[in-house]
Design a protein around this ligand. Structure first.
Ligand SMILES: [Zn+2]
Length: 453
């Protein structure tokens, strides 16, 4: 069996791997690369394999850097099935359509090419096959390639996937979630004695604050920003981070009354629609969320929240007096409505930019986080004078400690590990820790590397 690494290799976006067994080629994730531009150049390179030669596609979860190029597979002649959790399928549709809207906007405004069209997304949707957690799927009906999805606790519907073929067990981690995450169930244990683990390493070199600290930071920052009479901008990934934020605000405003009511705008059509999917799949909630639901608490709603679905609604946010809080995409500020707010408020010393998610190299969020000023926002120079604060604990990814405990979560550790989905330094540090903890030589999953197991 051969494994090829084509994306998220030495970087955090563009997830795309392939398993080759017999005459079958199985793709695991096909996501967009995301750097300085929402739709950066690498996305337009031809796929490093023939789409019509692909036998099946496995999808770990619905983040854009894992599903964003699925329509290219369909467009280029892949006629097999895309396998994913039912919630992932619904969220992936929203994410792909949202990406298309952003690409069309960028096309009209800046002439940037669009990767795919509406009919390609529709084609993907027709080829999706739902897979529940904990059921073996016989991919080709001959028992030669079996796959099994377990809850990765990363975003709603997220899975790490075990693939068994030629007597070998391989696990693709997809992205592994943080600890004590609202709504989601904890990451399941790794199966014992697998031959190969392809493991993400986003935060392989970092430790997050605890979930208790996370709540305190949000509370303190909101109280301070509101006190200054400024605007708090929270660039937010529409899946998971936003729902977690709503959950925390619901707790801080409606349940414990630790924050006074203040206008909070959810200015992201994708996040608004994704929240509907969260409401629908109650069966994936953790115990705390289930008990809130039973008690009649709407965990995604609270006093002062306003959802601004249309562009007109979004523009009206400007008319609301400060202080106010705006949650808007894109999470790395490389597109989306957050840019309109950034243009207006980054230069305001009373305002706050609260960064709660991973910021890829080159993205506007990363530049601001690294202290750059002025920055380019929608091709205009803007001085950064607002307060900038980052909270790691809101990350949807586990930190180094969580990732190590996940690798050690089975009685028999993996026989070999390749690290993808991480910047080179994170991969290097994480590999050292894996060596210290498990005496395994974890290797980087370099781009275009092929390994044999
Ligand atoms: Zn992810």
């Amino acid at each position: 069996m051969q494994i090829h690494f084509f994306g998220a290799a030495g970087e955090v976006t563009g997830s795309n791997s392939m398993v080759e067994t017999g005459d079958k080629k199985i793709i695991v994730d096909c996501g967009m690369f995301q750097g300085s531009d929402f739709n950066e150049g690498k996305n337009h390179d031809p796929l490093p394999y023939m789409a019509e030669g692909v036998s099946a596609v496995l999808v770990t979860h619905a983040h854009l850097d894992h599903v964003g190029r699925l329509p290219i597979l369909a467009k280029n002649g892949f006629t097999g099935s895309f396998y994913a959790n039912p919630a992932t399928i619904e969220l992936a549709e929203l994410v792909m359509r949202d990406a298309l809207t952003v690409m069309r906007h960028d096309n009209t405004k800046f002439g940037m090419p669009v990767l795919y069209e509406e009919q390609d997304v529709e084609q993907v949707m027709q080829q999706f096959k739902p897979v529940e957690y904990h059921e073996w799927v016989d991919l080709f009906g001959d028992k030669k390639v079996m796959v099994y999805f377990r809850d990765a606790g990363h975003i709603f519907g997220s899975a790490f996937i075990e693939l068994v073929a030629e007597g070998k067990h391989v696990v693709f981690s997809g992205d592994i979630g943080n600890v004590n995450v609202p709504i989601l169930r904890p990451t399941e244990s790794l199966p014992p004695g697998i031959d190969l683990l392809v493991c993400e390493s986003t935060y392989g070199d970092r430790l997050h604050e605890s979930d208790q600290e996370r709540r305190e930071i949000i509370e303190n920052e909101v109280v301070e920003a509101v006190g200054r009479g400024g605007v708090m901008m929270i660039p937010s990934f529409s899946l998971e981070r936003t729902q977690e934020l709503l959950y925390e605000f619901n707790d801080l405003i409606d349940r414990t009354h630790r924050i006074k009511r203040v206008p909070i705008f959810l200015d992201s059509p994708l996040a608004i629609k994704a929240t509907h999917v969260y409401r629908k799949y109650v069966k994936y909630y953790n115990l705390e969320a289930l008990s809130l639901l039973k008690g009649g608490d709407d965990m995604f709603n609270f006093a002062g929240l306003e959802e601004t679905l249309t562009v007109e609604d979004s523009k009206r946010i400007n008319e609301t007096h400060n202080p106010k809080i705006i949650i808007a995409g894109a999470g790395m500020m490389n597109g989306g409505r957050i840019l309109h707010h950034a243009m207006r408020y980054l230069s305001d010393p009373k305002s706050t930019l609260l960064i709660i998610g991973y910021q890829a190299h080159g993205s506007l969020g990363r530049q601001i986080l690294e202290g750059h000023s002025p920055v380019q926002v929608m091709r205009e120079r803007v001085e950064v004078k607002c307060k900038v604060k980052a909270v790691g604990a809101f990350s949807a990814h586990g930190d180094q400690y969580k990732m190590l405990s996940w690798i050690g979560s089975s009685d028999i550790p993996p026989k070999s590990i390749y690290l993808n989905h991480g910047e080179p330094e994170a991969v290097r540090v994480f590999a050292e820790k894996i060596k210290q903890n498990f005496n395994i030589d974890a290797k980087p999953a370099e781009r275009n590397l092929t390994i044999e197991i």
